[in-house]
Design a protein around this ligand. Structure first.
Ligand code: FAD
Length: 290
C-alpha cells in the first residue's frame, strides 16, 4: 500500500533496517529480524541503500522479503549519488517486479574518498525523484530538523525541502534528533514555505554512550544537557543506560504525538530488542492513537 495513503488515514509506526555487510548467513539473520519486527504490527519497514551503491541487490531482496515474505509495506531507499541512470533503472525495475510501491529518494552520504564524480548523474535527491517519476512509485525524501550538515543555513535547507516536494516527495522522514524543539521548528518553518507533505519524525533510542560522538559526527544532532548528564553519570552501567535510553525515546515520542506528529519512524539498527522495548512501553499509546 502507498505510504501517503496510509498517512492520510492514520498515524504510522515504522522501523528502519539495513542490509547485512557480509553475504554468508547474514540474509537469514535480517529476515529473522523482520519476522520479529512484524509481531509489533508496523505500518511499514524501510531498508537502507549503501552509499557506495554496492548493495542494490540486497535492497531488492530485503524489500521483497518485507513486502511479500512478511506481508508488511516496504519502503526501499535508493541513493542517487553513487548511481548511474542504468543502476537506478535496474533497481527500480526489480522493485516494480516485486510489487514494491514506496521508495525513499536520497542522494547518499558523501564517502571519505569523495570526488566530483560521486554525484555525476544525480547531484541531489530532487534529481533522482524527477528521474524516478515515470516508474510511478510513491516517493519520500529525507529532511533535517537541525539542518543538513552541508547546508549553510537552515532556511536554504528548507527551500531545498520544498524543492523535494515539488520533485515528487509525498512524505518526509527526518534525520534522528534528541531535542524535539528542532522538529517543531522544522515543521513550522516548512509549512510557512508551503511544504504540505507529512513529516515523520525519526527517533533512535540512544542506549550506548559510545554512540554519542558517532551521532554528533554523522548527523550533528545535539543531545540536550539533562539527557547528556544522565548518560555521563550512568555510562558504565549498561543496564541502567538502556533504561534511560528507552525511556528518553518514549518521552520524545509521547511529546511528538501530543503535538500532532503524523507517526514515528524508529531507527532500530537491526535490533528487534530496541523496537520491542519501545513498543512494550507504548503499547496502549500505539493502540489508541495510531
Ligand atoms: P540532498 O537532498 O541532495 O541534500 C544534500 C544537500 O544538498 C543539503 O544540504 C540540501 O539542502 C542540498 N540540496 C538538496 N536539494 C538541492 C537542490 N535541488 N539544489 C541545491 N541544493 C540542494 N544515506 C545512505 O547512504 N543510504 C540510505 O539508505 C540513507 N537513508 C536515509 C534515511 C533518512 C530518513 C535520512 C534522514 C538520511 C538517510 N541517509 C542515507 C543519509 C543521507 O543520504 C545523507 O544525509 C546525505 O548527506 C543527504 O541526502 P539527501 O537525500 O538529503 O540529499
Amino acid at each position: 500500500m502507498r505510504i501517503d495513503e496510509i498517512l492520510s488515514r492514520k498515524r504510522t509506526l515504522s522501523f528502519e533496517v539495513f542490509p547485512p555487510k557480509k553475504q554468508e548467513g547474514e540474509k537469514e539473520k535480517i529476515f529473522a529480524v523482520i519476522d520479529e519486527l512484524k509481531s509489533l504490527s508496523p505500518d511499514f519497514i524501510s531498508v537502507t541503500y549503501g552509499a557506495g551503491g554496492s548493495n542494490s541487490r540486497n535492497v531488492v531482496e530485503i524489500a521483497d522479503y518485507i513486502q511479500n515474505g512478511a506481508g508488511i509495506n516496504a519502503l526501499a531507499h535508493i541513493t542517487g549519488g553513487p548511481s548511474s541512470p542504468q543502476d537506478v533503472d535496474a533497481v527500480a525495475t526489480q522493485l516494480k517486479e516485486k510489487g514494491i510501491e514506496n521508495v525513499l529518494c536520497l542522494r547518499g552520504d558523501k564517502p571519505v574518498d569523495y570526488t566530483e564524480d560521486y554525484c555525476k548523474y544525480f547531484a541531489h535527491a530532487t534529481d533522482l525523484a524527477a528521474y524516478l517519476a515515470p516508474y510511478g512509485f510513491t516517493l519520500g525524501a529525507a529532511c533535517y530538523p537541525e539542518g543538513h550538515v552541508e547546508c549553510e543555513t537552515l532556511y536554504a535547507d528548507l527551500v531545498n525541502m520544498k524543492k523535494k516536494e515539488e520533485s515528487g516527495a509525498k512524505f518526509f522522514i527526518t534525520q534522528l534528533f534528541y531535542d524535539n524543539s528542532y522538529y517543531y521548528r522544522l515543521v513550522n518553518e516548512a509549512r510557512r514555505l508551503g511544504v504540505t507533505a507529512p513529516i515523520i519524525p525519526g527517533i533512535m533510542p540512544l542506549v550506548n554512550p559510545k554512540n554519542i560522538r558517532r551521532i554528533k559526527e554523522m548527523c550533528g544532532s545535539a543531545i540536550p544537557l539533562e539527557f547528556r548528564n544522565m548518560i555521563e553519570i550512568y555510562a558504565s552501567r549498561p543496564a541502567v543506560m538502556e533504561e534511560i535510553g528507552y525511556n528518553y525515546a518514549v518521552y520524545q515520542i509521547i511529546d511528538l504525538i501530543a503535538k500532532g506528529a503524523p507517526g514515528v519512524h524508529l531507527y532500530v539498527m537491526n535490533n528487534p530488542r530496541t523496537a520491542k522495548a519501545i513498543c512494550s512501553r507504548l503499547e496502549r499509546v500505539f493502540h489508541e492513537l495510531f
